[in-house]
Design a protein around this ligand. Structure first.
Ligand SMILES: [Cu+2]
Length: 148
């Protein structure tokens, strides 16, 4: 095999590997984005969904439930039940991430965002603000407690 043939062979191998990787990753991305709840504005609350008002502010998350009780930096939900978070901010832009649910929603002043989800497994899961929002940004984290 001469030098030119070797170069063609290497180029072909790289092309085949990259094409295979692209196909595999495309399947992964398409399959995984379809079941992640996306935030919606001004949309109707789904039937049988409990609404929780979420207020982000420097530097905590406040949750107000349908019975008017309030918790700070702890979110209480029950497995197998659907919830709708209506998320707002009192000051600057925050961004609530609940990794275990694949939920991420911006908290924007005067612009409520809404996201619905159904926790499936009991446990304690972290959530946090993932938009830098001032010197104590790192304190905007807490736990979602899912009871069985
Ligand atoms: Cu924040």
């Amino acid at each position: 095999m001469n030098k030119r043939q070797t170069e063609y062979l290497y180029a072909a191998v790289v092309l085949i590997v990259l094409t295979a990787a692209a196909i595999v990753n495309l399947g992964y991305v398409v399959g995984h984005t379809s079941n992640i709840p996306q935030p919606e504005n001004n949309s109707a609350v789904p039937a049988n969904s409990s609404v929780i008002q979420v207020l982000g502010y420097q530097w905590a998350w406040q949750f107000t439930y349908s019975n008017n009780t309030t918790t700070t930096d702890v979110l209480y939900v029950t497995a197998g039940h659907e919830y709708t978070l209506q998320v707002q901010s009192r000051d600057v832009i925050h961004d609530l991430l609940i990794p275990s649910l694949g939920v991420q929603v911006y908290a924007v002043p005067d612009h409520p965002n809404q996201v619905s989800f159904e926790p499936e497994k009991a446990g304690k899961y972290i959530f946090e603000c993932v938009e830098y929002c001032g010197e104590d940004h790192y304190l905007m984290r807490g736990y979602m407690v899912v009871s069985p």
